[in-house]
Design a protein around this ligand. Structure first.
Ligand SMILES: Nc1ncnc2c1ncn2[C@@H]1O[C@H](COP(=O)(O)OP(=O)(O)O)[C@@H](O)[C@H]1O
Ligand SMILES: [Mg+2]
Length: 229
């Protein structure tokens, strides 16, 4: 389980390059990165970032993890992929174009290379692309699995943003392809039952929940005291 503090991560201004991390947030995300990828917990190279309900922080955590994992530049090759075809946000958060992206490659035969948007020597972003209400077509397409598998061959790590597990079946479909999942919950808003239900759904799809990120954690009293109470 990892904790991320409220207010330490916020959206960068429009056209920015993702959430700005304070030093503390940077440290927390580096810890999460290490526990995901340096502890042999992951089974493959790809990880799905899922929340149980909307606005708990899945996209923010995906961007923040990509940011820390891609430093220092040039060491690891990371793909950050928007598979939230309903309310895609990564392009806005990162200031890149929305299309062509995953949906174009999967549905319209666009060459996957055309969907690459390079943010740094280590980080490529794949936006959701032009979905035009065809979310289920993207998810049902026989091209989706090979598209994601090719990313796993081309990169060291693939981080995939998804819609909320308890609201749409999308994350479950993706969990049938990518079997390592990190759940993100809003510390103060997400009921325990919602996390349990999200977990059940992920596991029913044959995937494994690697851990839970408690996002928006507040420390109204100093952390060292908090730990003692
Ligand atoms: N740790 C955090 N601290 C402060 N704001 C956050 C944090 N995580 C997410 N947010 C904000 O909460 C909102 C929802 O986050 P988002 O990542 O889009 O959620 P989701 O992808 O689960 O719908 C965004 O405005 C985002 O900037
Ligand atoms: Mg999101």
């Amino acid at each position: 389980m990892a904790e991320t503090r409220d207010t330490v991560v916020r959206d960068s201004p429009a056209g920015g390059r993702g959430p700005r991390l304070t030093r503390k947030a940077d440290e927390l995300f580096r810890g999460l990165w290490a526990s995901l990828f340096y502890s042999q917990r992951t089974m493959g190279k790809a990880v799905l970032l899922c929340s149980s309900d909307r606005r708990e922080g899945a996209s923010t955590v995906a961007c923040s993890l990509a940011a820390v994992g891609s430093e220092p530049a040039g060491v690891a090759r990371i793909a950050l992929v928007d598979c939230n075809f309903r309310t895609p946000r990564l392009h806005e958060m990162l200031g890149v174009r929305e299309a062509p992206g995953v949906a174009d490659a999967v549905l319209n035969g666009t060459a996957p290379e055309e969907a690459i948007q390079r943010l740094s020597a280590s980080l490529d972003v794949y936006a959701a692309g032009k979905v035009a209400g065809r979310t289920l077509d993207v998810l049902r397409s026989d091209n989706l699995r090979p598209f994601l598998e090719n990313l796993c061959s081309a990169y060291d790590h693939v981080l995939i943003d998804t819609p909320a597990v308890n609201q749409f079946p999308d994350a479950q479909v993706l969990a049938g392809i990518v079997t390592d999942v990190v759940l993100v919950a809003h510390t103060e808003r997400t009921p325990r039952e919602a996390v349990a239900q999200a977990r059940k759904r992920i596991e029913a799809a044959g995937a494994k929940v690697l851990g839970l990120v408690l996002n928006h954690r507040r420390y109204p009293i100093p952390r060292f005291l908090y730990r003692r109470v």
